[in-house]
Ligand binder design. Structure first.
Ligand SMILES: O=C(O)COP(=O)(O)O
Ligand SMILES: [Mg+2]
Length: 226
């Protein structure tokens, strides 16, 4: 029996369907640069490795020579002002997170989304109160798939990173999240209906997979049984 007290969640593509607002922000910036919009489906595949990487991929796909770093301040301004227009929670997210809290579990967020926008979105959905720690893509020097943000999320929510293999679980939607879980020695759960590069069993080793967020409580029950 290995009670998983520390649950670490990814945000985009896991708790929230945020791609439409992210795509609108990317396309607003491309419009300012005189380029046509990219399709939502293309932008979905670019999400998951942080805003600077997303921007670099979008600029590349648009044939623009700019450095993503120089456009980041403008991108953040556009996105922070319009990050909750079309974004929705996946079904059951709030209720399930509240149930986990009632069970005495500690919840933290480990996202590559920049931290100001992360706070805006969490506050909008009234979720901030449920998380004991929030690590954004620009909170630390490292971001996912490095293990540091994952271990910081566990530590800041009251856990001991040295015991994370037995006490924690990382839940995400992309290859990046599984790579993070593996780097931190924490069991990974993937919901592949999100964004980014899909997981690869040969590369990632053992992990758990569920079709939708609402399937998480049942899976966690099984993981708890050990
Ligand atoms: O901003 C991103 O690239 C993705 O954010 P995520 O880590 O919450 O999926
Ligand atoms: Mg994600």
């Amino acid at each position: 029996m290995a009670w998983r007290q520390f649950l670490v969640f990814d945000l985009d593509g896991t708790l929230i369907d945020s791609a439409p607002d992210i795509a609108d922000a990317v396309n607003a910036l491309l419009g300012e640069l005189g380029r046509p919009a990219l399709p939502l489906g293309d932008i979905k595949t670019m999400i998951g490795d942080g805003a600077p990487v997303l921007l670099a991929r979008a600029l590349n796909a648009s044939g623009l020579p700019h450095e993503a770093a120089e456009l980041m301040p403008r991108f953040k301004t556009i996105y922070e002002a319009a990050s909750t227009n079309r974004t929705v929670l996946y079904p059951g997210v709030r209720e399930i997170l509240e149930t986990f809290r009632r069970e005495g579990r500690h919840l933290s967020l480990c996202t590559n989304k920049p931290s100001v926008a992360t706070r805006v979105v969490l506050d909008h959905f009234g979720l901030s109160v449920l998380f004991q720690a929030v690590i954004g893509g620009d909170t630390l020097k490292e971001r996912k798939p490095a293990k540091e943000p994952l271990l910081a999320a566990i530590a800041q929510s009251g856990g001991d990173p040295a015991c994370a293999a037995e006490t924690a679980v990382m839940i995400g939607d992309s290859h990046t999240d599984l790579a993070t879980a593996k780097a931190g020695g924490v069991p990974g759960v993937i919901i592949p209906s999100g964004y980014g590069r899909p997981a690869d069993r040969a590369e990632q080793g053992a992990y758990h997979e569920i079709a939708r967020f609402a399937d998480l409580p049942a899976l966690l029950g099984k993981i708890d049984q050990g």
